[in-house]
Design a protein around this ligand. Sequence first.
Ligand SMILES: Nc1ncnc2c1ncn2[C@@H]1O[C@H](COP(=O)(O)OP(=O)(O)O)[C@@H](O)[C@H]1O
Ligand SMILES: [Mg+2]
Length: 376
Amino acid sequence: MSVTQQQVLQALAGVRSPRGVALTNADVLSPITVSDGKVFLSINVDASEARAWESVRAQAETVVRALPGVASAMIALTAERKAGPTPPRPTRPGQGVPPAAAHRPPHSPAGSPMARQAEIPGIAAVIAVASGKGGVGKSTTALNLALGLRDLGLRVGLLDADIYGPSVPRLTGIREKPELNDERKMIPIERFGLAVMSIGFLVEEDTAMIWRGPMVMSAITQMLRDVAWGTLDVLVVDMPPGTGDAQLTLAQNVPLKGAIIISTPQDLSLIDARRGLAMFKKVNVPVLGIVENMSYFQCPHCGTRSDIFGHGGARHEAERLGVPFLGEIPLHMAIRTSSDAGTPVVVSEPDGPHAAIYRAIGAEVRDQLKGAIAAA
Ligand SMILES: Nc1ncnc2c1ncn2[C@@H]1O[C@H](COP(=O)(O)OP(=O)(O)O)[C@@H](O)[C@H]1O
Ligand SMILES: [Mg+2]
């Protein structure tokens, strides 16, 4: 028999909060997700109280893990800052995801990037790599772009925030789990000279699938703030695909310096890319540009190029919408095979043509972020 939400609640009722009342009466719990014996929930408190709550979080995890039928339990502590905007926080289970727009009118002054949320100490610029839909090569591009930025001499981190399908563990071949430092912050895994963190290090992919908006936010907030990132010039965030509430909330709550939209040349993908642009515009995150992935087919044998998807659509779209066009990446066997083998092409063929393209895109991005990076 698998564990039920009710059993989890009963166990949590036995944990006392720093406010003196039972954890279940402290008005801090997110809805509880239980799937195949895997339990996830978050405790949402004010940042000023976070320290006092850490032991409660650990205790809660211990009692839930001790329940019969529990395979794993992840309880995230989400610390909100009073001065900042409040991420969605339904307190009753089953309440669902409130529309992100309800939390802050998109055009209020609080919607400006600066006011949105406290910067992350040590990180000069957080940028999002986004796409209107899955399967366009967002993760592949995010990772190779991060490596391109690394090649320019920058200190770079990669955060896989694609809760619906974290693929960075596969793309980087990372199998180990992050350890905690003395301050109980997770230490990112160092790979290819990047500081890497993925929701996939913590949960199975199938658990990730069923997370609802507020939990997505809570887990991502924790990965941004409760990870010992050290000093970074750029943190590249591989966003969940799409433009729904979860993505909008993320864009609103993560202190982004800019966003990069990945699209393929096909019309349908471009329509999705347009939605992505609109979403970032709504929350006043500057779009650094569009990348056309799988732009044209390059034969791995003879190098001949074929524009099988009618290449160039994203460039025209970028011109039409007045956002920078950052570059074209061919559909090439080497990009796929290297990714799937856990050694991205910028690492496996550093002197090859693909690595050069990713570095060129990286250089454009760096130039746009210069102000932020120089100020750090
Ligand atoms: N430029 C490319 N050339 C060849 N294969 C690619 C390219 N970009 C991505 N792929 C492959 O396409 C698939 C989807 O890419 P992925 O980065 O996982 O997409 P997303 O993150 O948008 O879902 C993967 O198998 C990846 O190796
Ligand atoms: Mg992906």
